[in-house]
Design a protein around this ligand. Structure first.
Ligand code: NAP
Length: 156
């Protein structure tokens, strides 16, 4: 079984359509609580974990950076450490907001990061702790997510 953090978001709702996937909503695993996130992984004993939950309110993060950093930084780090302990893969979704937005060519994975805002810093913090956790991890940086669900730029 693949364990997915997030149930109501755009990415999570798409992942939920695949077989052998268990999606956890906020009530089942609150990313404000890194210990609870790690405990959920140990409790469900999945074969892989995907983190599709995040603090995604880019503008509001300016006033709530500490909270955004726990949700986007500390909790993904705790997930990555639990996965490393269990020797299972961990997939995390990140953002091009870790970059400074000044480039004129496509970013590469090894380009230096330089987040310009609180959301970008919180996502960069998550990337750093995931890398430090060891284990088998992958970080996907995307600039947009759009789907039939939720709010996104196509619908706007
Ligand atoms: N949307 C974009 O254009 C975009 C662009 C680049 C990168 N990303 C990244 O892509 C990933 C998925 O984005 P998305 O668009 O699918 O997100 P989304 O639709 O905004 O959904 C966010 C999800 O995170 C959950 N969540 C937020 N705070 C939580 C908490 N404290 N505990 C548990 N769950 C919590 C939400 O649950 P509730 O319903 O309970 O709030 C929701 O399920 C995120 O990592 C995001 O940073 C998104």
């Amino acid at each position: 079984m693949i364990l997915v953090f997030g149930k109501t978001g755009q990415v999570a709702q798409e992942l939920a359509t695949y077989p052998d996937v268990l999606c956890l909503d906020r009530a089942a695993a609150d990313l404000s609580d890194p210990v609870a996130c790690a405990a959920a992984i140990h409790h469900h004993a999945p074969s892989a974990v995907i983190n599709a939950a995040a603090y995604t309110a880019v503008d509001r993060a300016e006033d709530e950076e500490a909270r955004a950093t726990v949700i986007n930084g500390d909790s993904p780090g705790a997930m990555a450490m639990a996965c490393a302990e269990r020797h299972i893969p961990f997939l995390h979704v990140s953002t091009d907001y870790v970059f400074d937005g000044q480039g004129t060519t496509p970013w590469t994975p090894t380009d230096a990061i330089a987040p310009l805002n609180a959301y970008g810093r919180s996502k960069a913090a998550g990337e750093a702790v995931i890398r430090a956790a060891g284990g088998q991890w992958a970080i996907l940086r995307t600039s947009w997510v759009f789907s039939a669900h939720g709010a996104n730029f196509v619908k706007t």
